[in-house]
Design a protein around this ligand. Structure first.
Ligand code: MLT
Length: 269
């Protein structure tokens, strides 16, 4: 089956999106500071039964960059407009990793009628602490002064488990190359947007949508206890912990993640 890469004019920017397969829509929303490429294993697998839609968010991959701050709400509005342009009318299965999850909360807040299910990988629902905000702003400064090369290698131990780094050094190399190729202004804009994102922990009990939470047992950025707490608060959620993997569970353990997603989506279909 073939993948198509399209460009759409979305809210004043050119947005690149990969589309594959036919069936109910499955929207794959990448993490920071990556692109749709992190979902290759999911695109290949789910295109057999779903219309897989994997965009590059504003500022990343092949999409245009906006200088300044790109809020999580802006990303959600871009996705809503993209779906309209692609004439996707039925509610989507929204799968987001980390920053993709922060965007999912805003998508739910503003466009609940467009949402069928939620798959939340290695993410959180609370806002940043003061220290978290300050670390983000330091990273913005570093990237704008010295480029993404200054942060790429240092991010890897936070993204991948030690097991993945030892067993699959090529995953780390690919991630480093992807981060180094990212646009510094694109990184800065979404990093500022994440620093000012809202807290959704207190409203999780209002999200009446079937949800699957997936987390790597060795995720140091959004650890399993945080995601298990979210699963308790969400009315229709379960949490699947994948052993020996880190923050990039869909990349590090593609088969297990695909299986968990497939089982969940089959029931929700
Ligand atoms: C991500 O993977 O999207 C980032 O870890 C999100 C963040 O920096 O909070």
């Amino acid at each position: 089956m073939s993948q198509q890469m399209l460009e759409q004019n979305v809210n004043g920017i050119r947005m690149q999106v990969t589309i594959a397969g036919e069936g109910p829509p499955l929207l794959l929303v990448h993490g920071f500071p990556l692109s749709h490429r992190m979902w290759q294993a999911q695109i290949a697998h789910f295109q057999q039964q779903y219309t897989v839609i994997a965009p590059d968010l504003r500022g990343f991959g092949g999409s245009d960059v906006t200088v300044g701050t790109v809020s999580m709400k802006q990303h959600a509005e871009d996705l809503k407009e993209l779906l309209a342009q692609l004439e996707v009318e039925e509610p989507v299965n929204f799968c987001g990793l980390s920053m993709g999850g922060y965007i999912a909360w805003e998508f739910w807040r503003h466009f609940p009628e467009k949402l069928k299910t939620l798959i939340l990988c290695d993410t959180r629902s609370d806002a940043d602490t003061e220290e978290g905000v300050s670390n983000r702003l330091k990273m913005v400064d570093l990237v704008l002064r010295h480029g993404p090369e200054a942060v790429a290698s240092a991010m890897i131990p936070n993204l991948l488990s030690k097991t993945s780094r030892d067993l699959y050094p090529e995953i780390a190399q690919d991630l480093i190359a992807e981060i180094e190729a990212a646009d510094p202004e694109g990184i800065a804009a979404s990093q500022r947007g994440m620093a000012e994102r809202d807290d959704f922990l207190g409203v999780l009990d209002q999200i009446q949508i079937p949800a699957l939470l997936i987390v790597g047992s060795d995720d140091v950025l959004t650890p399993p206890d945080i995601m298990q707490e979210m699963a308790v608060r969400l009315p229709e959620a379960s949490c699947r912990e994948i052993p020996r993997v880190g923050h990039m569970a869909p990349l590090e353990a593609a088969e297990e993640v695909n299986q968990a997603m497939e089982e969940f989506l089959a029931v929700a279909r």
